[in-house]
Design a protein around this ligand. Structure first.
Ligand code: AHR
Length: 314
């Protein structure tokens, strides 16, 4: 009897082990606090669901992502998560994954490939995020002309393209808001600081009314540069950015930043939900699973928002 029970327990355990799914994750790198949180939450989600996650850090290089996807295909994983560093150049490798019948889920950024080359994309409406930031400036700028400087994200990435478009859509028709300088800071704090220093030098003697940064990390670097130049960020220069990382809430509480648009780092939750349904019975998800974009300002109790996020892996 005992032997029979042990045998059936072993069979059950084997069946469970055999059904554990393997997912390859090609992550962009660790350019921002938001990216670090996305990586942490993806690992946590995988662990909670008993998914074997194979992680590859591309260190910002598309060629590393393409090599990682080919390696995942060769390993015969059950799915691939891809956070694509840039929007173009994915057709061939996505076709290879499709031929191998491995579903690919895009996380947080988009590609310009045909949507039948991936199962679904999880992310926010990136144009809308830029519009929310632009509308905040329209509603909150001081009287008169407002000269804006813009720190763009990684050149060729979908958030850099779409957040620039959305912001311009929102300020269009406001003749007194003008973008006077725009340059990439590559989504990094160091890049934001260096480019803001060059903006301040180039604009010496001219008033800058606001900074629009495509992410909070660049805004935080720029805040440092503005302080070192003897000015008061959040007051002399309004600061609006995107992500809602804990440090931007600290900056808001200190009066150094004015507004941010939230991008949730939990892209993996909806991605794994879609994959689990697909693995179970072939359910095809919508091609785009949209996450929320919420505006936060200094009046939203920034320290409470900081506390709510500080242990999430940012
Ligand atoms: O793709 C999402 C963007 O990438 C985040 O806004 C930014 O912080 C990250 O690097």
């Amino acid at each position: 009897m005992m032997k029979t029970l042990l045998t059936s327990a072993a069979i059950t355990a084997c069946a469970f082990a055999a059904s554990a799914q393997t997912v390859g994750f090609s992550q962009i790198g660790s350019e921002s606090g938001w990216r670090a949180a996305e990586t942490t939450l993806t690992r946590q989600q995988a662990e909670e669901r008993g998914i074997d996650l194979r992680f590859s850090d591309a260190q910002q290089r598309q060629e590393n992502q393409i090599a990682a996807i080919r390696s995942f295909v060769a390993q015969g994983v059950d799915a691939i998560l891809l956070a694509p560093v840039v929007a173009t150049g994915w057709d061939s490798v996505l076709e290879e994954a499709k031929e191998a019948e491995i579903p690919v889920v895009l996380l947080d950024r988009r590609v310009d490939s045909s949507d039948d080359l991936y199962l679904t994309a999880v992310g926010s409406d990136l144009v809308h995020e830029g519009s929310v930031a632009g509308q905040w400036l329209v509603d909150n700028k001081p009287e008169g002309t407002c000269r804006v400087v813009e720190l763009q994200g990684t050149t060729g990435s979908s958030p850099a393209i779409d957040r620039a478009t959305g912001f311009r859509n929102a300020i269009e028709g406001n003749a007194d808001i003008e973008i006077v300088r725009s340059q990439t800071g590559d989504f990094t704090r160091t890049g934001g600081k260096e480019v803001m220093e060059s903006f301040l030098q180039a604009e010496a003697g001219n008033e800058i009314c606001a900074l629009y940064a495509h992410n909070d990390d660049m805004a935080l670097g720029a805040i440092q540069a503005i302080k070192e130049a003897g000015m008061d960020p959040g007051d002399d220069i309004l600061i609006v950015s995107i992500d809602a990382v804990p440090d931007i809430f600290q900056a808001m509480a200190d009066g150094d930043a004015n507004a941010t648009v939230e991008l949730t780092p939990n892209m993996a939750g909806p991605a794994f939900d879609a994959l689990e349904a697909y693995w179970a019975d072939g359910t095809e998800p919508e091609k785009f699973i949209q996450t929320e974009s919420k505006l936060y300002t200094q009046s939203d109790d920034p320290m409470a928002e900081y506390d709510a996020r500080k242990d999430l892996g940012y």
